[in-house]
Design a protein around this ligand. Sequence first.
Ligand SMILES: Cc1ncc(COP(=O)(O)O)c(C=O)c1O
Length: 295
Amino acid sequence: MSNFADLDGLIWYNGELVPWQDANVHVLTHGLHYASCVFEGERVYGGEIFKLTEHSQRLVRSAELLDFEIPYSVEEIDAACRQTVEANSIVDGYVRPVAWRGSEMMGVSAQSNRINLAIAVWEWPSYFAPEERLRGIRLQISKWRRPDPATAPTDSKAAGLYMICTLSKHRAESEGYQDALMLDWRGRVAEATGANIFFSKDGVLHTPTPDCFLDGITRRTAIELAGRRGIKVVERPIMPEEMADFEECFLTGTAAEVTPVREIGPYSFQPGTICEQLIADYDAEVRRKNSAAAA
Ligand SMILES: Cc1ncc(COP(=O)(O)O)c(C=O)c1O
């Protein structure tokens, strides 16, 4: 069985590049017991990290929302991510910065715990041919919901909030679906377990207002790309029954990129020209800088 702990390479760990297998934490780590941990997921395309600074800014903000301060600036985090990509000679890959409270205090209170930051990178080409993507994936409607922002720091990419995603995704996978759609605490359409969602109808895109889940960097990119094509995007509350009237549906996320959806519970969609256009535009956008540099 493969194991991420057994890979080779260098991991940036509190300011130093250390051998992959030495980048460990103690079992009595606050982040592990009490979920005082935030992270990012970034993609490297042709050696460049897409929207790196936006990710580093979100990491810092995610930590602030959990009431801790990462002891590095956004510029330093950007530089550390680039250094790690370069040290591991990654061309097309994934970057995982993670920040957490250490083991100095073991209890709910963690006033004097050290804040740690590590950055791991690994190769991860984006595989799918557009035709294959256009078949679309199937989502189950999860019984788990995104919480009220009065209950949890929902704007933070906080590790603890992923408990709901793993529960949802495991149930979906065990029942033959590729992913799950989570509603929010009010019963409105929210997001998939690692991606935002869009629908189309009569040439207009509709996407839920991100008031209790991440306003994804890819989501914002897709809105911008749609705008450049003159496609109107409406951000609004969407109720599950409305899915009966939508034509196309797709997910957006750093990992998912633009992934068409063909089914969500009882609702079907037909991936078509809007999905196709946005897949192509997103692909061109993430590789834009590289082709500009090569030209
Ligand atoms: C739960 C969740 N929602 C949305 C997103 C999309 O965010 P982004 O486009 O910034 O990757 C992600 C991925 O990070 C996610 O994990």
